[in-house]
Design a protein around this ligand. Structure first.
Ligand SMILES: [Zn+2]
Length: 216
């Protein structure tokens, strides 16, 4: 199975991709992980990617695609893979299809869109905290610490990552909603689009995901 999981930040697509990857022994290919691994590797392409990331800029499509094609050409992707976070736009989806297209068949068997309302995204993202000392994650609504602002494990201060601030999340969400429209249309035309309601527990969503991927 060749599948793409896409959706707004905080929709749990990464968690679901990781879970399914373990269950079906399919590689979980996340663009974020690919970029971080390339940057750590110190390769020429990795250093170029790192330059953009260090400046807080979006890594250009051509560079991400180059890393992605390298990864998908590896032997373990021969029987399929789960893409997480890329392609994000119609143009990227077209480039991927140009490389992976299989004649009459679409490049992917499923493009699974995670549905989550903007307000729920904001609640999930902006409530995240992590301990300055030990890194333990918390959430003000879903996993609150016993003492407000303090880590249960080590008593350290709980901080919100700058990326999770509501104004930053709103901005990312606006970009996502703009890009998503083209992607949805692209995969709908190829009859591989499926939509999954992403609210509820990890287990509930996992059950829905399994149903939608049956036969793929
Ligand atoms: Zn701690």
């Amino acid at each position: 199975m060749r599948a793409l999981f896409f959706g707004p930040p905080g929709s749990g697509k990464g968690t679901q991709a990781a879970r399914l990857s373990a269950r079906r022994t399919l590689p979980h290919v996340s663009s974020g992980d690919l970029l971080r691994a390339a940057a750590r590797s110190g390769s020429a392409i990795g250093l170029r990617a790192k330059g953009f990331m260090d400046r807080g800029e979006l890594v250009p499509d051509a560079l991400v695609l180059e890393l992605l094609f390298d990864r998908l050409a590896a032997a373990d992707c021969g029987a399929g893979f789960l893409l997480d976070g890329f392609p994000r736009t119609e143009a990227q989806a077209g480039a991927l299809e140009g490389r992976l297209g299989r004649g009459e068949r679409a490049a992917l068997d499923r493009a699974l869109r995670f549905l989550l309302a903007d307000e729920a995204v904001l609640e999930r993202m902006s409530g995240r905290r992590s301990c300055k000392g030990c890194g333990t994650p918390f959430h003000v609504s879903f996993r609150p610490p016993k003492v407000e602002g303090r880590c249960d494990r080590c008593g350290g201060e709980l901080l919100r990552r700058p990326d999770d601030a509501p104004e930053v999340v709103r901005e990312r969400l606006a970009v996502h909603r703009r890009d998503e429209a083209g992607l949805v249309e692209f995969y709908r035309r190829r009859s591989v689009l499926r939509e999954v309601e992403a609210s509820g527990s990890v287990e509930e969503v996992a059950g829905r995901v399994e149903l939608l991927l049956e036969g793929a």
